[in-house]
Structure formats: structure tokens, C-alpha cells
Design a protein around this ligand. Structure first.
Ligand code: ARG
Length: 458
């Protein structure tokens, strides 16, 4: 049954019907659609547009539809054009005349704008919860690894020693910002479009602020044209999801590298790995790779919607129906990735011995050797040159700076003394970095206290 058959004399072409229909994907927000309709009729009765009896009949019909969909007894297989038509048709079938009044003072344009907002708002909350669980896991790993020394990299070349706690702390900050982006979007989007009508409001005395409060919005939207044509919040959310994926993808890239035979910094648990059909020795980091790979499709959803929206004149255009499928795919993808990623790092083994050995063997303490000389009165540029020669010597002898004899040190600069070994130990190199945000235990304890407080309050 079509909602708009009156002015038509011919049946719709079957291909057109199929091409136009959105029920196969907008059935996803049936619960939001029904919730919106219940708020709408509650407001219509309060404003004297429907009687209380009509309201009650409609609400009980809608509640029945909701529970039948939930239980699986009512299926989306009747060929309805969209979820709005589906619910209205079933309501009329169930309760008769009163059902025909549901759509009073409403258009599918403000209805779909509402449904998509309600659905997205629920999604934001769910994604935020998953990110919080991820942050809790990161914090657990940070707390257990304040003394797990490892090389910090720049250009993927070993740079200076850090700790695993410090490295994971960097990702804590990224995902903390992601959560704050979600909160910003939620705050900005939380206005109710229902009552905007097709584009120009309605002639009924709707109490839009009341509807807004029933649906837990901060207020009703300001302009009815904007209300039905705004998908900014969805673009913002897809942008935030893209950034979350970018963070996960960078993290996955590191874990894939750390899990290689060459690094062996971590071992991904068997339960999060896969094997090869031909090579018996293989244990592949497929989950990390898939998360990295799926980043592309989430970016795709963002670019797709931006492109769909860029040429649209005001107000509603059917192009906007294209906001759904890729957005839903992105929502599902990101939630799945956050959950899997959290499980993967929670079950991963950290090879502390390998990390520390790698930090030692890569001259990550060379800056500290130069600082030693500076503290003994040598100018930094000269100190840099002296340590550079020491590194060359080490490469020649195939040893680390710690393994070089004092005589070898003195052969390049007489300033060196026995205390150089303590000055360039991994522990000293890290512990002397006391500035806010640096890897020393003292700085990291402050960072962890901050993270703990944040998780308690957010
Ligand atoms: N399925 C439509 C969408 O997703 C619902 C709104 C349809 N409005 C209309 N006037 N055809 O955007």
C-alpha cells in the first residue's frame, strides 16, 4: 500500500518501486520510528488535535507493532516503500480509523530526519561505551608496564628509550579525544526536527518543544527548512568514526610490526590469530590487518555522504535517502573493530625482554651520552660529534654503547668517567625525563592518575 496513491492513475513500475524503496535498510530504525510516533501523538493529544482516546488506541497499536517486530512475528516482507509506510499501514490494519490520524501534522521528511537522528544518537552512546572499555584496557596495560623499556621511534628508526606505558598512554590520549568529539557532536545535534513538516512547518498548533522533551532533545530545531535537510550531524559523526579508525589503524600497524619475527615485541594470542592453508608455521595477525583495512570503507562512507550532500538545493531531496546504507555499515564496522581490538590487546603477550634489548641495541641512549658530556662542560654541538664517533666505533665493534670499555670512551673524549654507564642505562635515560608527559615513572604516575580521574568522571 502506498501512502500517496490518491493522485496516481497507474501502478508504479516494478523496477521503480524496487529502486525507490528503502525498507530493506531503514527497517533498522523501526524502534526509533515508533518511539517518534508515540511522542508525536502524545503531543497531538496534549495540543487538542487528537482525542485522548485516539491517542491511546494509536499508542497501543504502535506498542503492539513494536513488540511483534521485536519477537519476530511481524516481518518486513510486505513490500512497503519504507519503514514509515510499513508502520502506518500495519497500524491502520490493526486499529482502523484512529490509525489514519497518526500522520496529522507530520511529513516523512521530518519523520525520517527524526528517526535518523534518534538512531545516530543511540549509536554515538554505544560507540562511546566501547571506547571507554578500550580506554580501561589501555590503562590496565599502562599500569603494568611503567618499567617496560622499549625504543621510541621516529622515522621508524630507533630514537630514544621510552616505556610501554608511555607508548600506550599516547593512544589513550587519541581515544580520549575521540570520546570528546563524540560528546561535542551529540551536544550539537541534540535538537528535535519533528514538527518541521515537509519543509514549511504545519498549520496545526503543534507543541514542538513538548515533543522535543519527550524524545530527550534539548529543544526543537530553529528552522523548518534546515530541519528536514540537515545531515551535518551524520557527516560529523562519520568524520569522528573515520578518526577513530585512523587511530585504530595506526595502532594495528604497530602491533602487526611488533608481532613480526624480526621484532617479537608482542605475541598476538592464538585466539586472535589465523593460520595458513599451505605454510604450517604461520600465525597471521589477520584481525589487526582487517581493522587497518576496514578503515578505508569508513572513510568511504564519509566521502560518500559529503559528495551526496554537496549539490542539494533546499529542502528535502530523495538523494538524502542515500545517507543510510553506508552510514549503517560504518556504524557497525567501527563498533566491531573497537570491540575486537580491545579483546586483541587484552589477550596479547608483551615480550619485555625483547623490547628492552631492542632499545639497548639501537643507540637510543646516544642523546643521553651527549647530555652527559654537556653536564661536564662540553658544548652540545661538540658533544653530538663525539657521541657520533662513539656510535661509529660501536658499529665497527658490533656492540652497544653500554658495552664499550671506558678506555674506548676516553680514546674519543677524556671527559668520560666510570659514571657514564649509569648515565646511559635504560633506567636512567627514562627516569631522567621528568617533564609533564615524559616517560619517567614519576611523570607516568601523574599521567595515570589523570587518566584514572578522567575515567571516573566520564
Ligand atoms: N525513505 C526516505 C528517506 O530515507 C524517507 C523520506 C521520504 N520522503 C519523501 N518525501 N519521499 O529519506
Amino acid at each position: 500500500m502506498k501512502l500517496w496513491g490518491g493522485r496516481f492513475t497507474k501502478e508504479i513500475n516494478e523496477l521503480v518501486n524496487h529502486f525507490n524503496a528503502s525498507l530493506p535498510f531503514d527497517c533498522r530504525f523501526y524502534a526509533q520510528d515508533i518511539r517518534g510516533s508515540i511522542a508525536h501523538v502524545t503531543m497531538l493529544a496534549k495540543s487538542g488535535i487528537l482525542t485522548n482516546d485516539e491517542r491511546d488506541q494509536i499508542i497501543s497499536g504502535l506498542t503492539g507493532i513494536l513488540s511483534d517486530i521485536n519477537s519476530g512475528t511481524l516481518k518486513f516482507d510486505d513490500g512497503s516503500e519504507d519503514i514509515h509506510s510499513f508502520v502506518e499501514a500495519h497500524l491502520i490494519e490493526r486499529i482502523g480509523e484512529a490509525g489514519k490520524k497518526l500522520h496529522t501534522g507530520r511529513s516523512r521528511n521530518d519523520q525520517v530526519a527524526l528517526d535518523m537522528k534518534l538512531y545516530t544518537r543511540d549509536e554515538i552512546d554505544e560507540t562511546d561505551g566501547l571506547l571507554k572499555t578500550l580506554l580501561e584496557e589501555l590503562l590496565t596495560i599502562m599500569k603494568a608496564n611503567l618499567d617496560t623499556f622499549m625504543p621510541g621511534f621516529t622515522h621508524l628508526q630507533k630514537a630514544q628509550p621510552i616505556t610501554l606505558a608511555h607508548h600506550f598512554g599516547a593512544y589513550f590520549e587519541m581515544f580520549r579525544r575521540d570520546r570528546s568529539r563524540l560528546a561535542d557532536i551529540r551536544r550539537r545535534m541534540n535538537t528535535c526536527p519533528l514538527g518541521a513538516g515537509a519543509l514549511a512547518g504545519t498549520t496545526y498548533p503543534l507543541d514542538r518543544e513538548y515533543t522535543a522533551s519527550l524524545l530527550e532533545f534539548d529543544c526543537a530545531t530553529v528552522n523548518s527548512m534546515d530541519s528536514v535537510s540537515d545531515r551535518d550531524y551524520l557527516i560529523e559523526y562519520l568524520d569522528a568514526l573515520s578518526i577513530i579508525m585512523m587511530h585504530l589503524s595506526r595502532f594495528c600497524e604497530e602491533i602487526i610490526t611488533w608481532n613480526t619475527n624480526e621484532y617479537q615485541f608482542v605475541e598476538i594470542d592464538d585466539s586472535y590469530s589465523t593460520g595458513s592453508s599451505i605454510m604450517p608455521q604461520k600465525k597471521n595477525p589477520d584481525i589487526a590487518e582487517l581493522i587497518r583495512g576496514k578503515t578505508g570503507r569508513v572513510y568511504g562512507a564519509l566521502v560518500s555522504l559529503l559528495t551526496t550532500m554537496k549539490g542539494l538545493p533546499l529542502a528535502y531531496n530523495k538523494d538524502m535517502q542515500e545517507d543510510k546504507e553506508m552510514a549503517f555499515d560504518a556504524f557497525d564496522t567501527v563498533k566491531g573493530c573497537i570491540g575486537l581490538f580491545t579483546g586483541m590487546i587484552a589477550s596479547m603477550t608483551f615480550r619485555k625482554d625483547r623490547m628492552e634489548a631492542s632499545a639497548k641495541n639501537g643507540f637510543t641512549n646516544a642523546t643521553d651520552a651527549a647530555d652527559y658530556l654537556v653536564n661536564h662542560g662540553v658544548a652540545f654541538r661538540d658533544a653530538h660529534g663525539i657521541v657520533g664517533q662513539l656510535v661509529l666505533l660501536c658499529i665497527d665493534k658490533n656492540c652497544s654503547l653500554d658495552e664499550l670499555s671506558l678506555d674506548a670512551y676516553r680514546s674519543i673524549s677524556p671527559v668520560f668517567d666510570e659514571d657514564i654507564y649509569d648515565a646511559i642505562s635504560m633506567k636512567t635515560c627514562v627516569e631522567k625525563r621528568l617533564t609533564k608527559g615524559a616517560p619517567s615513572r614519576t611523570s607516568m604516575e601523574a599521567q595515570i592518575a589523570f587518566c584514572e580521574k578522567y575515567l571516573l568522571e566520564n
